[in-house]
Design a protein around this ligand. Sequence first.
Ligand code: G3P
Ligand code: CA
Length: 269
Amino acid sequence: MTHAPQHTIEVVAHRGASEDAPEHTLAAYMKAIEDGADALECDVRLTADGHLVCVHDRRVNRVSNGRGAVSALELADLAALDFGTWKGREESNESPDRGDPALTSVLTLERLLELVADAGRPVGLAIETKHPTRWAGQVEERLLQLLKRFGLTDPRPGSPSPVRIMSFSARSLHRVAAAAPAIPTVYLMQFVTPRVRDGRLPAGSRIAGPSIRIVRNHPAYIARLRRAGHHVHVWTVDEPEDVELCARLGVEAIITNRPKQVLSQLGRF
Ligand code: G3P
Ligand code: CA
């Protein structure tokens, strides 16, 4: 077991339990829930016909048997693709079995929200808006409409929001904060910038989301962010020594491809 932190560190499954199952599929999210993850991370993009789907890359080429940009395809086009087989193929020379197509098809955010609602225990959701600036506010608008439908835009007073929205785009988070101030926003940081150095966040961003590389190389900046009163959520933390470092620094959340291992290291299972 690792250094005991002062508080319970939230363990967030990055794209689901994506080391064990194909990222952003129901299979990966069901495994993460089964493994005990506190929350699920997902990236969202708009399809050509205005649906929010959980896909990381701009194109579907890496994670499916199709080609093309998500933004140029309709949901029906995406639904015809296999988002599962690439994962097995990457790891073995044998031709992998796709498994149940219902678990390895494109995942809409709506379906993921249903899964979380039916999980049988509280499961958080950390939703990342990908390339939101090219859509002039449509991504945030659709996202908030959907969250509202699930009753997630106005958490009960005194209880923490089960959903937060993350982005590398300060503008995207600003839009979210203006339209739904009760939803926490996480400003993702990949490189050291003056903001990171000074422990500041842009207007509309509530939580700091540094990469593990920043945390490893500049722990003093993380301490500064925390002294400034910001919670810190670190991505993507898969190695035991990095989990140990995050626990020592007292971060609030760890985003990982290996929720089961991280929970075990933190003495949660
Ligand atoms: O959780 C934040 C992290 O997911 C950002 O990087 O490229 O994995 O979306 P990426
Ligand atoms: Ca992400």
